[in-house]
Design a binder for this molecule. Structure first.
Ligand SMILES: [Zn+2]
Ligand SMILES: [Zn+2]
Length: 307
């Protein structure tokens, strides 16, 4: 029951010092979601062993080139590899025409491509499947931008097999008990649900906040998140420039993580001004000790707890 983030690119603007532009893949229970698709993303997938054909949804935060220039290449390769299943792309308005234009040059695709507009001003559910809900997170940037919160759905409670026997429970009553119902015995006595079941594992969550200026409005939306990727394009020495360009510093990313009660913070989207990343980590850890440097190829997992 994996919940695992693989970073494909952690630099901003241009590739530098072995760091590619923004892209990452989140694996939730073997469903893979691609988050942003900067140039070179598909090369990184090959390098890091990410099964490209398993990706069915792509979430694009905004239309700056360092987040989308790998998308046409990725889709084109999927077509050349004979993909049949549809691909859903969630993004702010304006992406469909240029992507279809580029792909049209290559003669079209072997599979349906479906675009879904994300309202960058609202925090709401934009996608869900069996195990996961994805929410938009309004960001503060120079152009409309949305982060994404991935949260596992609540699971059913775990039936204790020995109780089925002890109370002679019929199998048709089990789904209701797993849903939280008490159980009434033939003699009329009520067995409370807590006696029959154990609580399920807590839903795991991941928030992607890039690109954004410091925004405390994010805090209630990502409260208690297990894993937070918050951009830190600059260190505090460039705080003024960060604010002017719609970006954050490592210290600001850490402040958001602390206020939100995140369990872990991953830094990323570094400016090419910085070759050495250790100042980012020092700055963030002074505010939020569970901060780590995001780097291309790093994998961050969230354990399955309880249940
Ligand atoms: Zn960017
Ligand atoms: Zn940007």
């Amino acid at each position: 029951m994996r919940f695992e983030l693989t970073l494909l690119g952690t630099n901003s603007a241009v590739p530098a010092y072995g760091r590619f532009p923004s892209a990452q893949v989140l694996n939730i229970q073997e469903k893979r979601y691609l988050i942003d698709c900067g140039e070179g993303a598909q090369m990184r997938m090959a390098e890091y062993g990410v099964p490209r054909s398993r990706i069915r949804q792509v979430f694009i935060s905004h239309l700056h080139g360092d987040h989308i220039f790998g998308l046409a290449g990725f889709l084109s390769s999927q077509s050349l590899l004979g993909r049949q299943g549809p691909m859903d792309i969630f993004s702010p308005p304006g992406l469909e025409a240029p992507i279809r234009g580029l792909l049209g040059c290559g003669g079209g695709l072997s599979f349906p491509l479906r675009f879904h507009l994300v309202d960058t001003g609202r925090h709401q559910v934009i996608f869900e499947d069996k195990h996961t809900r994805v929410y938009s997170l309004p960001l503060v940037h120079r152009i409309p931008a949305s982060g994404f919160l991935f949260r596992e759905k609540e699971r059913l409670r775990n039936m204790q097999p020995e109780k089925i026997k002890a109370y002679n429970i019929h199998y048709r009553d089990i789904p209701a008990i797993k849903g939280g119902a008490d159980y009434r015995l033939p003699d009329g006595r009520l067995v409370p649900n807590e006696e029959l079941t154990l609580p399920p594992a807590a839903p795991r969550s991941y928030a992607y906040c890039s690109d954004t200026a410091y925004s405390e409005a994010l805090v209630p939306m990502i409260r208690g998140v297990d894993l937070l990727y918050h951009e830190s394009t600059f260190c505090e020495d460039m705080a003024g420039h960060a604010a002017a360009t719609g970006h954050s510093t490592a210290r600001q990313a850490a402040a958001i993580a602390r206020m939100a009660g995140a369990r872990r913070l991953i830094l990323g989207h570094y400016s090419s001004r910085y070759k050495n990343l250790s100042p980012f980590l020092e700055e963030a850890r002074a505010v939020f000790p569970d901060a780590e440097l995001g780097e291309d190829g790093k994998v961050f997992g969230v354990e399955w707890e309880g249940g």
